[in-house]
Design a protein around this ligand. Structure first.
Ligand code: CP
Ligand code: NVA
Length: 309
């Protein structure tokens, strides 16, 4: 039976059961088919959704605005630099105000706590469009892409290489809930935080998956079905040239990819720093699915919006 997600906020994959996440994936698949069949159902008819950015964005900004529009809603895209928050209005006061106007809030922020405050004070569902802690919409779109390419999720070796950042955290949560063999390869000192790893290990125990954190790039990539990477320096962490030297052994290049399965798919949430975490040859090569991934943000976000709001 379908689980009812109406009114719920989508702040981290950690808070959602496998059944709930499966439902979002099914809805994404359905809405994608309907979209290509030329009939987007107006599931957000008459609803206004604020889409707020504290950080830059290309994919998230456009895919949310288009998703809301195609579902018959009104996307109100806001930059915090142009809001009174910039002049010191608190997040709770902003949230209480927005809650009187809109039926949902999508927000890209630095602190996860900002999302929790938006949720607690607005009274409307809040969707995480990336925080320093996690990027759940990205990983749901990625799981949809993996399902399309591989026909399943369970039992696949899902390797992430590089910085233990927001994207890595969401891969840990999402992959472990679906019984995947989640492997994170990165340099010592840049592993995901232990509370995230411990939570993912618990989810994997339940789902029959596993979680491995290693400093050995070859071990990480060995027999992988999916090799995923992200920038070494995330938004808001600018600087850190010395970090790039320690990250170099984890660059996704042809040589390292030789250790993966022959039909490995290569993923990147984008934007890529070509020549750093991934070479041109690999990101533009036959195993790369990065633009299918980017497209699936649109379909999966329609699913999330329509199920929650
Ligand atoms: N992947 C992703 O979230 O891209 P943007 O930063 O362009 O939104
Ligand atoms: N880890 C990256 C993801 C960008 C989509 C960042 O936070 O900048």
């Amino acid at each position: 039976m379908a689980v009812n997600l109406k009114g719920k906020s989508f702040l981290t994959l950690k808070d959602f059961s496998r059944e709930e996440l499966e439902q979002i994936l099914f809805q994404g698949e359905k809405l994608k088919i309907e979209h290509y069949g030329g009939k987007d159902e107006p599931l957000l008819n008459g609803k206004s959704i604020a889409v707020i950015f504290e950080k830059p964005s290309t994919r998230t900004r456009v895919s949310f605005a288009v998703a809301i529009h195609e579902l018959g809603g009104f996307p109100l895209v806001l930059e915090t630099t142009n809001m009174q928050m910039k002049r010191g209005e608190t997040v709770p006061d902003t949230a209480r105000t927005l809650g009187r106007y809109v039926q949902g809030i999508v927000a890209r922020v630095f602190a996860q706590k900002t999302l929790e405050e938006l949720r607690d004070y607005s009274g409307v569902p809040v969707i995480n469009a990336l925080s320093d802690y996690s990027h759940p919409c990205q990983i749901m779109g990625d799981l949809l892409t993996i399902k399309e390419k591989k026909g399943k999720l369970e039992g696949l070796k899902f390797t992430y290489l590089g910085d233990g950042n927001n994207v890595a955290n969401s891969i840990l949560f999402g992959g472990s809930k679906f019984g995947m063999i989640v492997t994170i390869g990165g340099p010592s000192g840049f592993e995901p935080k232990s509370d995230v790893v411990e939570a993912a290990k618990k989810f994997a125990e339940k789902s029959g998956g596993s979680v491995l954190i290693t400093n050995d790039p070859v071990e990480a990539v060995k027999n992988a079905d999916i090799v995923y990477t992200d920038v070494w320096v995330s938004m808001g962490q600018e600087g850190g040239e010395e970090k790039k030297n320690v990250m170099l052994p984890y660059q996704v290049n042809r040589e390292l990819l030789e250790h993966a399965k022959e039909d490995v798919i290569v993923m990147h949430c984008l934007p890529a720093h070509r020549g750093e975490e991934i070479t041109d040859e690999v990101i533009d090569g036959p195993n790369s699915v990065v633009f299918d991934e980017a497209e699936n943000r649109l379909h999966i976000q329609k699913a999330i919006l329509s199920l929650l709001i």
